[in-house]
Ligand binder design. Structure first.
Ligand SMILES: Nc1nc2c(ncn2[C@@H]2O[C@H](COP(=O)(O)OP(=O)(O)OP(=O)(O)O)[C@@H](O)[C@H]2O)c(=O)[nH]1
Ligand SMILES: [Mg+2]
Length: 218
């Protein structure tokens, strides 16, 4: 049976090499943004990393760029509290977003991030794709649907990236992928391939680099 949302295939050698080269080039932290009027000019293609608090957004950016501390990752949920912009040279921006679904911070603070996150996701003209990160241990939760519905309504294409695959055995991982594939049928903006990753072990990182290379080309 053909699954509707298969894992993305390994990139061809040439495409993988283009992805590797892009991320081997300069990657610079540009700024942390706390309000819409602080966004850098929308003058180049952009991709962002969205997901529940602690899903591994910052770790994934570190793994992609091969620079361990470029994005601040932490065991403490709610670590990333701004929209952090990283420039891939002149080619494009990567945006590390604050997590959603985090209840531990003061309500007013959380509401402020969430409002900014939603404004950003719905209204950034150069946003080519949002990567929606899903923890391999948890699958898609109601808060994920909320964000995915916002992306559907805003016509922002999104692609699910499954994180922390190293924490799962293969058969348990297969089960979660089936759950995710089922849930994604509800979302017209979902890109029809998933990427399974481990920032810890490097799984899926060349694939994701190649995808981002393609999205930021031209
Ligand atoms: N085993 C394993 N742990 C991971 C992986 N990715 C992230 N982690 C761990 O998960 C925790 C959270 O990672 P972060 O990258 O800070 O998560 P985040 O989504 O940026 O979190 P917020 O900024 O709080 O929203 C850290 O302890 C990471 O070391 C992975 O691929 N494998
Ligand atoms: Mg973070």
């Amino acid at each position: 049976m053909k699954v509707a949302f298969p894992p993305a295939p390994e990139p061809e050698a040439e495409v993988a090499e283009a992805g590797r080269l892009l991320f081997a080039g300069p990657v610079d932290f540009v700024k942390g943004v706390v309000a819409m009027d602080g966004l850098p000019p929308a003058d180049r293609p952009e991709v962002c990393f969205a997901g529940r608090s602690n899903v591994g957004k910052s770790s994934l950016i570190n793994a992609l760029t091969g620079r361990k501390g470029i994005a601040r990752a932490s065991n403490t949920p709610g670590r990333t509290q701004e929209l952090n912009f990283f420039a891939l040279g002149e080619r494009g921006y990567l945006v590390d977003l604050p997590g959603y679904g985090y209840a531990q911070a003061p309500v007013a603070v959380v509401q402020k991030w969430q409002a900014l996150l939603k404004q950003y996701l719905a209204g950034r003209p150069n946003l080519r794709r949002a990567f929606a990160l899903i923890d391999a241990r948890h699958g898609i939760k109601p808060v994920d649907h909320e964000i995915m519905t916002l992306l559907d309504r805003s016509a922002v294409p999104f692609q699910v990236v499954v994180t922390k695959a190293d924490k799962m055995g293969r058969s348990a991982l297969e089960q979660v992928l089936i759950q995710i594939e089922g849930e994604l049928q509800k979302h017209p903006a979902a890109y029809p391939e998933l990427v399974v990753t481990s920032s810890e072990k490097g799984e899926g990182i060349p694939t994701l680099r190649a995808i981002i290379e393609g999205l930021t080309a031209g």
